[in-house]
Design a protein around this ligand. Structure first.
Ligand SMILES: [Zn+2]
Length: 284
């Protein structure tokens, strides 16, 4: 959703969760948010053709990702040839994406902080202007959302069967992933990273986008005001991500269903497991 919002700025290409391209989106020819299969998409077909023409083997790149992008990755800390190859190829994909989209700012909304950690390491040496937005949501809402199963519906943006996950599993995963995101934030120069709470974004998109704009070096005040006034947002060529990217223009609406529908005992279970980090992010 934040990717869709920022994609509405004329200088930003909201590319979606780019880490999934080699892993499953391209090999399975899944849907782009323009409703074309990705190999037929007018934009991604060109990006991927140029990337492969530059010598990238997609299966090999996916293998590199499996070693380097986990939150804890010995291969990433050791550096060396495979990390360099991963970094150079990922950067080439990002540059081609921004170039073909005709927008100077590329937004990769991949959720794994491991991908950010892998890129931040090289960005400092390369002078790449990398900014980080750490979007966090109340873990009770995340656990409630993940407790609902979902069937495959590729055209509607659900690429694989989603099992119902136990609350404790989601809570522990939330803690692990967000600890990785915190580690990533510490690697980014002062003022170039921001933590945003989903709840603040939907309650006051104008103020939140203004703050994001300051961290990423863009003036997003006007965009924030328009979205706050109800202007619809839509994904243009998001290559993967939440199913809402397939639903066409939509205006921002808070999803706080969990507050009424999640059992008090499940809520308490999350609070018991995550109290410390929840308080740090400002959740009561
Ligand atoms: Zn497309």
């Amino acid at each position: 959703m934040l990717d869709m919002m920022l994609d509405s700025d004329p200088t930003v290409f909201g590319a979606g969760e780019m880490s999934t391209i080699c892993r499953h989106v391209w090999p399975n020819n899944e849907y782009c948010s323009c409703h074309e299969r990705v190999q037929d998409c007018v934009l991604w077909s060109k990006i991927m053709a140029d990337w492969q023409a530059g010598g990238v083997d997609l299966a090999e790149h996916a293998r590199l990702q499996r070693r380097i992008e986990p939150v804890v990755s010995p291969a990433r800390y050791l550096g060396g040839k495979s990390w360099r190859q991963y970094y150079d190829q990922t950067l080439a994909l990002m540059r081609l994406s921004a170039q073909h989209a005709g927008q100077p700012v590329l937004l990769d909304s991949s959720k794994s902080p491991g991908r950010g950690l892998a890129l931040a390491r090289g960005a400092q040496a390369d002078g790449l202007d990398m900014r980080v937005i750490h979007l966090v949501r109340d873990p009770r809402a995340v656990a409630y959302s993940m407790s609902k199963p979902m069937k495959v519906d590729t055209a509607a943006g659900v690429q694989k069967k989603l099992r119902a996950h136990p609350v404790a599993r989601t809570a522990l995963r939330w803690n692990f992933v967000n600890s990785g995101a915190d580690a990533l934030m510490r690697l980014i120069p002062e003022g170039h990273a921001i933590r945003v709470r989903y709840e603040d974004l939907v309650a006051d998109p104008a103020a939140t986008l203004r703050a994001i704009g300051e961290a990423v070096g863009l003036d997003l005040a006007d965009l924030g005001n328009r979205i706050a006034a109800g202007e619809a947002i839509a994904a243009e060529h998001q290559v993967a991500g939440s199913r809402i990217r397939m639903s066409g223009p939509m205006s921002l609406k808070a999803d706080m269903n969990w507050q009424d529908r999640m059992s008090p005992s499940a809520q308490r279970q999350v609070e018991r497991l995550l109290g410390k980090r929840m308080r740090r992010y400002g959740y009561s």
